[in-house]
Design a protein around this ligand. Sequence first.
Ligand code: EPU
Length: 340
Amino acid sequence: MITRTADFDLSTRNTFRMKVRCALFVEITAEEDLQELDFASLPKPLMVMGGGSNLLFRGDFPGTVLHVAITGAPAWDPGSGLVTVGAGVVFDAFCDWAAQKDLWGPENLSLIPGECGASAVQNIGAYGVEVKDILADIRAWDTLEGKFVHISPSHCAYGYRTSLFKTDWKGRYIITYVTYRLSADPRPVLDYGGIRKALEGQEVLSPRLIRDTIIGIRNAKLPDPAVTGSAGSFFCNPVVDKAHFERIVSIAKEDNGQDCKVPHFEVGDRIKVPAAWMIEQCGFKGKANGGARVYRNQPLVIVNESGDATPDEIVALENAIIRAVEAKYGVTLHPEVEHI
Ligand code: EPU
């Protein structure tokens, strides 16, 4: 079914809760709707939106927002381990479904906001797992060729929160189904942060137990989307070369004393330094600008604390953070959140 609404209020469709509108909102519930839809007649530009959890609307959107609301129960094939899910299924509902079936794969990605279609665009990740690790196939409508295609994840150039869907292919494919590969054999990934410690004393691990543990960790650190608007991590974590990292370490020691330790993770021969740490060091933890605030428990997140924050207030905070981190460490932070 195709639903069209002109002058649509997007405030409940973006997790930052920006009070913006679009010229036309189109929702489809089946693949055939895409064959029926007269793309040429839609107000331009066209943007495809999932759960709206990684977006910052800078103002009203002059074109069409298309939401692929293909849902329904996951189609599971125990023989192959493959499960196909509609692009509009809430990703965490899929994680819950997998935990219920005692299947391994997405448990570390529990509670990430957004829908399954967007999971394959953004290569969502958390606690040592990225969705590319469990992706098997993507089915999409190719707007250029006017036909449905299957895309192998190996062709998508997946990287840290990125893929060709965000770059060279931007606007070309409309994802309708995503197929994930799950495993009935235990495959726990416990090496990130405090997971192993949180599971200490547990003799039998299960997807459900790990999912509950991750949910506990996330709830302690991240704002509850039901209460406070945000788009999760606002910035990507930067990666620097070793010489640059040493300069960051000496600045940190000057600031905090010789015993100061800079958190970091090796990525090949380069070093990832948490943006959250740099933002905190620059004194931005808990800082507000109008209704927007740098979240106190996790400064990588900017929240719409008042519920009435404007895009400009958020962007001013973003720019102040970028300038401060650049001035102190010579590192340019890049937003993870897409600005529309
Ligand atoms: N840290 C601080 N101060 C703080 C919080 C964190 O210095 O107040 C430092 C700590 O050293 C901590 C490190 O930052 O060890 C990393 O913190 P955390 O484990 O919370 O992860 P992150 O790097 O800040 C990334 C993802 C999150 C994901 C977590 C866990 C990005 C941009 N963000 O955050 O993803 O949940 O790791 O895997 O990579 C999201 O994408 O929206 C998101 C929430």
